[in-house]
Design a protein around this ligand. Structure first.
Ligand SMILES: *Cc1c(COP(=O)(O)O)cnc(C)c1O
Length: 405
């Protein structure tokens, strides 16, 4: 019953559905089973070191490898055009796997000054404690990025489009800067999803996703993925999965793989509705600025067109008025929105919105100064509403927002 899928010869919709899957050889089941077993029965005694594992090794123990987890890895690797992928318990486990596998005491890391809050805080608070020097750089400014490189620079870690500004970093240029310095480039591509951007094809060494977001797509499973060349992913598995232990539950891997089957179709719909909402917001007198890479008014729209194939459903916008005015609208949203959920997270079929006041973002997560703080305020003003446009009817979402702005 084994079927041959030539993953180089089919389109992303076919890959999303079929990559990594086979009908069950025992029963012919068309949909994949969930293998929850933690251990696997051996026909003869075998070794026990993670360093002996290869992709061909038989399954031994689920922290090392599991058939359902492998299905998810194969599917996302195919969508990213990657040789290999490794799944993790969360997006943060995926990010920390890259950081801890690449960086040792004495090394230097460059990280986007505006990145996912967990990554901003981990690189600020934990890595320096371990002897890693960290520079926060506005990586959308390639001159600033090149100027930050040192002889000890080992890794450049960028977030594009970044959370919550939706500001982009030129991936191909950042890869060039990293490689000229003998460093590697990692890209947090969660906002774009594997449908919106393929950083490896642009020269990145690692691409990571919070699969909790678009890849899973339904807000019911936390997970993460890192994709890259086998030579980089294999040691990441031995070190980060087997030894740090951030293994994903096979049940979550199954849910995320099931969600991933519709990723190309969902992204198309997310983009279509997001564009409708972004245009409506931009034309509304109450709105001061909309940050959406698909809008012509986005300062990096040309770069977005160059490196993104789908602009996704993520945007942020700010209203006219003060931070206190923004808070009052956020309170109205939390109490009165009928469809959109006032909640963190993103990439789900349900639309989600939350208020990110600049003062709190600066104090807790970013702590930017000088030109970096000024650049943040240029995009965010006193605060941003981060909107993850879901799969509902766009007109209903517009009506919902119109009533509370
Ligand atoms: C959510 C998110 C993460 C962290 O992922 P978890 O699955 O919540 O651990 C990392 N990067 C970005 C851009 C995210 O949105």
């Amino acid at each position: 019953m084994a079927r041959n899928l030539d993953i180089k010869a089919v389109g992303p919709r076919t890959l999303a559905i079929h990559a990594g899957e086979q009908p069950d050889p025992a029963t012919g089941a068309s949909s994949p089973n969930i293998v929850m077993s933690t251990t696997f029965v051996k026909e003869k005694p075998e070794g026990f070191s993670a360093y002996e594992l290869t992709d061909e090794s038989p399954f031994v123990y689920t922290r090392w490898a599991n058939p359902t987890v492998r299905l998810l890895e194969a599917k996302v690797a195919a969508l990213e055009g990657a040789e290999a992928a490794s799944a993790f318990a969360s997006g943060m486990a995926a990010a920390s796997a890259i950081l801890f596998a690449e960086l040792s005491s004495g090394d230097h890391l460059i990280v986007s000054d505006v990145a996912y809050a967990g990554i901003a805080e981990l690189t600020r608070d934990t890595l320096p404690r371990m002897g890693v020097a960290v520079s926060k750089v506005d990586t959308s400014d390639l001159d600033a990025l090149a100027a930050a490189v040192r002889p000890e620079t080992k890794l450049i870690f960028i977030d594009t489009p970044c959370n919550p500004l939706l500001r982009l970093t030129d991936i191909a240029a950042a890869a060039g800067i990293a490689h000229d310095a003998g460093a590697r480039l990692a890209v947090d591509s969660t906002f774009a999803s594997p449908v919106g951007c393929n950083p490896l094809a642009l020269g990145a060494d690692y691409v990571m996703h919070s699969a909790t977001k678009y890849i899973g797509g339904h807000g019911d499973a936390v997970g993460g993925l890192v994709c890259g060349a086998s030579a980089l992913i294999r040691p990441l598995i031995s070190e980060a999965i087997v030894h740090y232990g951030g293994v994903i539950s096979p049940f979550n891997a199954w849910l995320i793989a099931r969600g991933a089957a519709t990723l190309p179709l969902r992204m198309k719909a997310h983009q279509e509705s997001a564009l409708a909402l972004a245009r409506w917001l931009e034309g509304d007198a109450r709105v001061a600025r909309v940050n959406y890479p698909g809008l012509q008014s986005h300062p990096q729209h040309a770069l977005a067109r160059r490196q993104m194939t789908n602009f996704s459903g993520m945007m942020s916008f700010r209203l006219k008025g003060t931070e206190a005015d923004g808070l009052a609208v956020a309170e109205r949203m939390a109490g009165e929105l009928g469809i959109i959920h006032y909640a963190v997270s993103l990439g789900h079929h349900r639309s989600l919105i939350c208020w990110l006041p600049t003062s709190a973002m600066m104090e807790n997560s970013f702590r930017l100064e000088g030109a970096q703080a000024a650049a943040y305020r240029e995009w965010a003003g006193p605060g941003l509403f981060r909107l993850s446009v879901g799969l509902e009817d766009a007109e209903d979402l517009i009506r919902d927002l119109d009533a509370v702005l």
